[in-house]
Design a protein around this ligand. Structure first.
Ligand code: FAD
Ligand code: GLY
Length: 383
């Protein structure tokens, strides 16, 4: 899979945080990389996201391999962000105040206790807070509060700034970015990938092709059922309000039973997100936005005074088991970097770190094993 032996470039399909992070690392390592983006880089899910780096709070029973991957990626984030800032000259808004999750009712508190016990059993550091100490940390919490947990290691980054910085460093490292260039098909000759076919009909030969097209990854021609990643769009509606940056209503990321709230340094307060199986349906709905505002208002009643800043929709690339699809496939040279679902911002540094050795040296890191595409076929055989 080495590109240094070949004069052909590595082709990456998709200019979100995953394609850009990997492209940056490959270009810096001296590889020839061409990244195809059908629109402008960084405007897919990577623009829509909340930017939480939260492997402690945002994991559910059944996600064991993902927990370890998320923690490893979180550990990479401070250096990744610092390098990105130094090389791009852009601040990426990494905030490390931690995350608080609250329960509003006794039922919520029981559910929270069950999840916290699971997360602690997997090594997450989570501390129970009394309502009084939760209010000391966040004085704008409302009167209804049945319990709270503090996660000191779950953080956030401004994902929109991250993708802007990645675009810049990818280009500075010599990567070729072809925006407004949709890829129609992966070209395969026998059992080897040979390049990509653009929607214009142009064929671009490549030594390897990385499929990093987010929620659209299953849509390309040329993918037989055996190599088509089981990825579908999971719609998320979100909005942001405008706080006074000098007097923010919130400092930590806050999870409530229904929504999460993410305060940015510039005063934006993000409220997210719905989780909907609607295909690529782009509308904002009254019910979606109402449920977000209502859920946020129950936790922080003072939000009702804040102006609305923006509302948007994004599509998480959800895989069949909610874990990313990473690594080599049955087609030599075809590499998956997709299906990051709710955690693609968190998982960008580790995704690049695991796939660079594969693409440059043909080395398959054993940590890829639980995330390879072939896991779906072996599960189907067992079933
Ligand atoms: P994308 O950013 O969607 O990029 C894929 C790119 O591929 C797009 O730019 C698209 O235009 C391009 N493309 C598609 N088809 C083609 C083609 N045929 N040819 C060329 N280009 C193509 N993750 C977290 O870690 N923390 C969070 O707090 C968080 N919050 C989220 C909140 C919401 C509402 C949503 C929707 C997602 C959230 N996520 C979060 C998940 C995260 O955003 C995604 O997992 C991540 O952005 C996926 O990155 P990506 O590069 O794979 O996809
Ligand atoms: N990770 C937050 C979301 O996907 O909504």
């Amino acid at each position: 899979m080495s590109s240094s032996a070949s004069s052909l470039p590595i082709a990456i399909v998709g200019g979100g945080i995953i394609g850009l992070s990997l492209g940056w690392r490959l270009a810096e390592a001296g590889a020839r990389v061409v990244l195809f983006e059908r629109g402008e880089a960084g405007l897919g899910a990577s623009h829509a996201a909340a930017g939480m780096l939260a492997p402690g709070i945002e994991t559910e029973p059944g996600e064991d391999p993902l927990i370890a991957l998320g923690r490893e990626s979180l550990a990479l984030w401070p250096a990744f962000a610092a390098e990105l800032e130094a090389k791009s000259g852009l601040a990426v808004g990494l905030r490390t105040e931690g995350t608080i999750e609250i329960a509003l009712t006794r039922d919520d508190a029981a559910r929270l206790a069950r999840r916290v016990a699971f997360q602690q059993s997997r090594g997450a550091e989570l501390h129970w807070l009394s309502p009084a100490s939760a209010r000391e940390r966040e004085p704008h919490l409302g009167p209804q509060l049945a319990g709270a947990v503090f996660s000191p290691h779950d953080h956030q980054v401004d994902n929109r700034r991250v993708v802007a910085a990645l675009r810049r460093v990818f280009l500075a490292a010599g990567g070729e970015l072809r925006e407004h260039t949709p890829v129609a098909a992966i070209e395969i000759g026998g059992s080897r990938v040979s390049g990509v076919r653009l929607r214009t009909g142009e064929i671009v030969p490549a030594s390897s092709v990385v499929l990093a097209a987010g929620a659209w990854s299953a849509e390309l021609d040329g993918l037989t059922p055996a190599i088509r990643p089981p990825v579908r769009p999971i719609k998320g509606q979100m909005l942001s309000l405008k706080m006074d940056p000098a007097h923010p209503l919130l400092r930590h990321v806050l999870w409530t039973p229904k929504v999460y709230l993410v305060p940015r340094q510039d005063g934006r307060l993000l409220i997210g997100a719905t989780t909907e199986e609607r295909g690529f349906e782009v509308s904002l709905t009254a019910g979606g936005i109402f449920s977000l505002l209502e859920g946020a208002w129950r936790a922080i009643p003072a939000i009702e005074e804040l102006p609305i800043d923006e509302m948007w929709v994004g599509f998480r690339p959800g895989s069949r088991d909610d874990a990313p699809i990473l690594g080599p496939t049955a087609i030599e040279g075809l590499v998956m970097a997709t299906g990051h679902h709710r955690n693609g911002i968190l998982l960008a540094p580790i995704t690049a770190a695991l796939l660079v050795p594969l693409l440059l040296e043909g080395r398959v890191d054993p940590r890829l094993a639980p995330f390879r595409l072939e896991r779906f076929a072996s599960r189907e055989r067992v079933a």
